[in-house]
Design a protein around this ligand. Structure first.
Ligand SMILES: [Fe+2]
Ligand SMILES: [Fe+2]
Length: 159
């Protein structure tokens, strides 16, 4: 899978989870919390790996530099926002409102990557480079996600 398809796969998964979260009511506390925790960790890993694999290359291109820094700034804002959501009970009205704002920000960012960055990157990267980046993205994402998962409580109790 090349880098464009691999990133798009994560984006589509994120869109699906965001829709699911928005469909939950404040009464579905457990479901909401489970979905959000999964979403949060996945987004953090997505952003960091995307920066290391995709943006580290684009950033050095003079034509892409400014846009790339803007995109990195959006990652930064979204990551902090995800953290902030943890400070409100998922059942509160604030949480719902904040999640709505966060999902708009992320949606806008992902659309821009797909519509703006991908066509530009296609001009800079050979097919082979895009394939290699896709492979690296996939492998690194697995490692990062595993590293930031909360430790398994059952495993801990059994130790
Ligand atoms: Fe991004
Ligand atoms: Fe992305």
């Amino acid at each position: 899978m090349n880098i464009y398809d691999r990133i798009k796969k994560d984006h589509d998964d994120a869109r699906e989870v965001m829709d699911k979260i928005k469909e939950t009511t404040a009464r579905a506390e457990k479901t909401r919390l489970e979905l959000f925790t999964k979403f949060k960790l996945d987004m953090w890993a997505h952003h960091k790996v995307e920066e290391a694999v995709f943006y580290s290359f684009l950033r050095d291109d003079t034509k892409m530099s400014k846009d790339s820094y803007e995109a990195l700034n959006e990652h930064h804002v979204a990551n902090g926002f995800l953290e902030e959501l943890d400070t409100f009970p998922v059942t509160s009205e604030e949480w719902g409102v904040k999640f709505g704002a966060l999902s708009e920000l992320i949606e806008h960012h992902m659309d821009e990557e797909e519509k703006d960055f991908f066509p530009k990157a296609r001009k800079l990267l050979s097919k082979e480079q895009a394939d290699l980046m896709g492979k690296r993205f996939d492998a690194r994402k697995k490692v990062v996600l595993a590293a930031i998962m909360p430790i398994d409580e059952d495993e801990l109790k059994a130790a």
